[in-house]
Design a protein around this ligand. Structure first.
Ligand code: SF4
Length: 143
């Protein structure tokens, strides 16, 4: 279980079960508080193969370098961050998406999550992500 110290108290978090325990009666001195944000969202790529009419996101193939994202994740983990969430665009279109989730899960204690339209969640991808991703947000904006 990961422990975070911040202005709200002492926060215990288990990424496998989603259990959160906040001991808010404990006042953590400013000098002992973790420096990283509690949760970080990363737009992994601007690419998306849908065209939702309300979407404001640019649709081009720009994407972050996977090794850079891994190094940010390690730094965030050391700084007391509890979770990293991928979005976009459509994060599953990043060519290193599965490998990156696995690497971050193995190298850190972060909860790895992502938001997706779901169209690329094949059985093979779900199998590859098993154990490396801790929760998924599925966007459903129409029938
Ligand atoms: S799935 Fe998301 S990123 Fe893609 S067009 Fe729809 S709202 Fe935009």
């Amino acid at each position: 279980m990961k422990v975070r110290h911040d202005g709200n108290g002492v926060h215990f978090f288990d990424r496998r079960t989603g259990l959160n325990i906040l001991l808010d009666e404990i006042r953590v001195p400013a000098i002992l508080r973790d420096s990283a944000p509690r949760f970080v969202s990363v737009a992994l790529t601007n690419a998306c193969d849908l065209q939702c009419v309300f979407c404001y996101a640019p649709k081009h193939g720009a994407r972050l370098d996977a090794s850079q994202v891994l190094s940010w994740a390690i730094e965030l983990d050391r700084g007391g961050c509890l979770g990293l969430g991928f979005g976009g665009g459509e994060p599953t279109l990043h060519p290193a998406f599965v490998a990156l989730c696995r690497q971050i899960s193995e190298a850190t204690e972060l909860a790895v999550s992502f938001t997706t339209h779901g169209h690329h969640l094949t059985d093979a991808m779900i199998g590859d992500l098993m154990g490396a991703v801790h929760f998924v947000r599925l966007s459903m904006d129409g029938i």
